[in-house]
Each structure stands twice: as structure tokens, then as C-alpha cells.
Design a protein around this ligand. Structure first.
Ligand code: G1P
Length: 289
């Protein structure tokens, strides 16, 4: 029986360069997608995958994230007094139980590998998930739940992948498969931001992982890789020498909210799927075309 995945690491410290100026005073993952922040969707996905503890790797000026996941008595009391139970429920929907979230300062922007390494003490000695919150994934079952099921099935390390748009593979981490049958395939390599034309496949690492804790000592020793940053992909490539890795081509749609057009697409897509406002959203959007 493979050990249960209970904790997820969410690296959120990035500057949000591609979504400035919106991300100047609001942490980029707190930007709204229709009626709630990006992180609200990511937490919902994590909970659907059985995650019980979320570890945020934050930077300076990101206190809004902690505040969002804390009680807000002045707002909640006012809504209660006015009898606005529906809005109150929305305000409270993402609240954890006390003790179910941790916030760790990354202290220096040294790369994704360094961000994940910052969670080592809180994760301890158990398998864990990594969720890159820029990437919103609309999927049923939830994208991370698909990865956790794959982990239940084959154990080891799971990387969620999907085909990169034509000509864009060099912007991502790319996996190399032993052979391809179905959606879950054993890997034989991976490379972070390969030079154009040298990509081993068109399957890119799209932002959900299940990793074994043996990644941490490797991250500690990991030197700088692509872009001069400590790359998670490089440490995973090291771990693959001693542990199996499978790539899971998940079923769903990814929206890159770290990009203005990706964020716009997510806004439209999640507005259209909204349980009570979807029809009004559709009418409003069609009226613009
Ligand atoms: C990171 C990862 C990369 C992955 C990408 C997905 O890169 O290092 O492997 O494909 O996220 O968005 P970044 O976008 O931080 O350059």
C-alpha cells in the first residue's frame, strides 16, 4: 500500500512579472478568476484530492494570502447582522481548520527547487504534492486527484504533463517517456527548458506533482540550472536515478494564469461554468462579441 498524500506545497513567492501591474500590490495568485482568487480554486482542487495541510512558500508583501485564509470577524459579523447568509458562506468557503495551513518565507528568489526545499521540515518523511498555483486546471476528477490515484496505483513519483502548444515546448520542463501506452507512462528522463529543437517530447510538466521526501536532500545540493535558478526538474532528474517516475497525461484543461491572456481565458471559462451565474455570464460575454 502506497503511503497517503496528505500535504501539498504551493510555491507562491514569484513576482508575477507577466501580470503586472495587477500583481504589483496583490500577490499574483490572489488575482480574481471571475468571483474568487486563483488560490481558492487551487485549494478546492487540493481538498478534492484529499490534501489536509497546505504549505505556502511566500515572499515579502504577500500577507494578503494569510489574511484570506484567516477569519475576518468584521466582515463576517457585518454579514451575519444583515442576514446575508449566502455571501457569508462564500466568504468562509476556503477557510481551513486552525493548523491546516503553514506559511514559510522563501527569503530569496532562488527558483522553484529552492521554494520546494523550504517546505522540508513541515513535510517530513512522507510523500507530498506540489501544486503550481498559476496553473488552474479544470478537470473531473480534479487534476491532483488524478495524480494521487496514479500514485496509489504505481507509487514512486508522479508528474502531471500535457502536450505543449506547437513551438512552445522550450518554455517548460519536458519529460522523456520509456514508451507510451495510455496516459500513465514510466519516464526515462526530463529536462528543464530545453533549447528549441532538442525537446525529447512535446509533453510539458504542467504544475502538479506527487513526490517522495527523498527529493529534499537532492534539492539541498542542487546547483543552479536553467535561467540561473535552482530547478525542481534537475533534482527530480537526480532522484529518477534511484526511484521510479511516471508521467500522467491528465484529463482536463489548463489555464496559465501567470499570463494576461491565460488569466482572461480562465476568467471566461470559470464564469461560464459558475453554478448560479454561468447563464448570466454567457449572456454578458456574448453581448461583447
Ligand atoms: C516551472 C517548472 C517547469 C514547468 C512550469 C509550468 O517553470 O520549472 O518545469 O513546466 O513551471 O508552468 P516556470 O514557469 O517557473 O519557469
Amino acid at each position: 500500500m502506497n503511503r497517503r498524500v496528505r500535504k501539498a506545497v504551493l510555491p507562491v513567492a514569484g513576482l508575477g512579472t507577466r501580470v503586472l501591474p495587477g500583481a504589483k500590490t496583490t500577490p499574483k495568485n490572489m488575482l480574481n478568476v471571475f468571483d474568487r482568487p486563483i488560490l481558492s480554486y487551487v485549494i478546492e482542487e487540493g481538498r478534492a484530492a484529499g490534501i489536509e495541510h497546505f504549505v505556502f512558500i511566500v515572499g515579502r508583501g504577500q500577507g494578503a494570502i494569510e489574511d484570506y485564509f484567516d477569519a475576518a470577524p468584521e466582515i463576517e459579523n457585518a454579514l451575519e447582522a444583515k442576514g446575508k447568509a449566502d455571501i457569508l458562506a462564500e466568504v468562509r468557503r476556503d477557510l481551513p481548520k486552525p493548523g491546516q495551513m503553514s506559511f514559510v518565507r522563501q527569503m530569496a528568489p532562488l527558483g522553484l527547487g529552492h521554494a520546494v526545499w523550504c517546505a522540508r521540515d513541515i513535510i517530513g518523511d512522507e510523500p507530498f504534492a506540489v501544486m503550481l498555483p498559476d496553473m488552474l486546471m479544470a478537470a473531473e476528477p480534479a487534476a491532483l486527484a488524478q495524480a494521487v490515484s496514479a500514485h496509489d496505483q504505481v507509487g514512486g513519483n508522479i508528474i502531471v504533463v500535457e502536450p505543449a502548444p506547437e513551438g512552445e515546448a522550450h518554455k517548460y520542463g519536458i519529460v522523456d517517456l520509456e514508451s507510451q501506452t495510455g496516459r500513465l507512462n514510466r519516464m526515462r528522463g526530463m529536462v528543464e527548458k530545453p533549447a528549441p529543437g532538442t525537446e525529447p517530447s512535446n509533453l510539458f510538466i504542467s504544475g502538479r506533482y506527487v513526490l517522495q521526501p527523498e527529493i529534499f536532500p537532492l534539492l539541498e545540493k542542487q546547483g543552479k540550472g536553467a535561467g540561473g535558478e535552482i530547478q525542481l526538474t534537475d533534482a527530480m532528474a537526480e532522484l529518477m536515478k534511484v526511484q521510479p517516475f511516471h508521467a500522467l497525461e491528465y484529463e482536463g484543461v489548463t489555464y496559465d494564469c501567470g499570463d494576461k491572456i491565460g488569466l482572461l481565458r480562465a476568467n471566461v471559462a470559470f464564469a461560464l461554468r459558475h453554478p448560479s451565474l454561468g447563464a448570466d455570464a454567457r449572456a454578458a460575454i456574448s453581448g461583447l462579441l
